[in-house]
Design a protein around this ligand. Sequence first.
Ligand code: FES
Length: 577
Amino acid sequence: MAENGNAPKGMRKGLTSYGDAGFSLFLRKAFIKGMGYSDSALDRPIIGIVDTGSDYNACHGNMRDLVEATKRGVMLAGGLPIPFPTISIHESFSHPTSMYLRNLMAMDTEEMIRAQPMDAVVMIGGCDKTVPAQLMGAASANLPAIQLVTGPMRTGSHRGETVGACTDCRRFWGRYRAGEIDDQEIAEVNDQLVPGTGTCGVMGTASTMALVTEALGMMAPGGATAPAVSADRRRIAERSGEIAVQMAASGLTPDRIMTEEAFENALKVLLAIGGSTNAIIHLTAVAGRLGIRLDLDRFDAMGRDIPVLVDLKPSGTQYMEDLHDAGGLVTVLRELRPHLNLDCVTVTGRTLGEEIDLAPAGFAQDVVAGNEAPLFAEGGMAVLRGNLAPRGAIIKQSAATPDLMVHRGRAVVFSSIEDLTRRVDLPELDVKKDDILVLQNAGPKGAPGMPEAGYMPIPRKLAAQGVKDMVRISDARMSGTASGTIVLHVTPESASGGPLGLVRDGDEIELNVPERSITLHVDEAELAERRKGMKAPVHPGSDRGYRKLFLETVTEADLGCDFDFLVPQAQSESPES
Ligand code: FES
């Protein structure tokens, strides 16, 4: 039902089909008036607000405040805010993995944006998979949309030392496994790692996704870093509501913001912040929804020019609250300016270059390094290829051990996560510090859900000898809060017949990060023989429901692990190995 020849707006959008549009609108208004709205309110631009609060999700524990502040911003700008719920995903409360549920949340977000009448939408997310899911959904729905994040948690303190989730979770747990700290101390640390609501306060996936989303242009300028419990965070929510009303008026849709050039900006920021390896999968998935394929080799080439500038754990020493105090993302963008596509339009309708110019002046600080003295001369990540990973693998070189970047060793193979859990700490495990740990069947289909199992524990008997790092290779992911010489996302995955599944105990593997190679030193004839005996894992419950959908349609890491039917056709086809 068009208004004055234009597309329907507000309450007139997407009417339920009864064969009589007038009646559909009459009925819709009757029901929503049950909540006390007037006709005058209902005639305003409608701004949906995606509420992902959940008592299982401490990362979104400030949701109620943010929804209220966003509503205030919408109303100050003359719109009518209508919050609505979608799925909420927290990393520690998502079985088998949060990645398994990301696409479900993306579908929920897309379909609820599309199904309900709204002229623009503010999506509030924060925990690792929620922001990618919301951007994927928004890209497909293509309604004016702005991302608001819940913001990072503050740091805690343990015996005088600053701690934060979750790099310090892993560090303390490693010390506990090695017998360096006792039951009493590990219990004390457990109370301090998450001192309040908000997302993990290091450069994990949530922080990374917040920063790259701002760089993409999909967030209010300055919106990535303000702590969850700060007044700044609420002001950003108010501002996001105002911007959403402007976007509803101008019709600025995600496809005009998330262009190929904007993704290039996001990838450069990902490299410069020493961000989470997960972000490359998520950005690939979001871009895929818009028919844009991110090229891993181009990403690797960018990494040779873009240094790591941000001193945050796990690559550095500080926390997100420190980056916020240092000016937030714009401090990084100023350093990167010569590398960026400054003409990309952002949610404000202004370009990225204009937003950098409008930001408060820079000042001396010690969180973001200058180009002349970076933390790490190359970008945070490198893309590896070779007969072990024909379609690529990723290593976070900024968080790896320099001495292991060129390393040849004997494989110690675990055939699944269960096998790893069962055997890694056995005293009789045949493993030495120069060996390479290999984990199979931990990819999107293998696990299923591509868990963050790539950060394999150092076998207890080696940890007790003081071994802190080993080369570890898998088709799994790794938490952005983890560090080590860890090769991830090996593609094709072992459950799809990838060569990783052919590795056996005692094989020689060679990692050479400067040359970007990963090689299995076993001849082709032997590999062909082993391939004959390969079997894909069988998962219980895979004959029905979401699990069946997931296993039948999830794509590999180099395609973003989206469902093949959710992306334009050309995107879902596997590249040649
Ligand atoms: Fe939610 Fe880390 S668990 S951001």
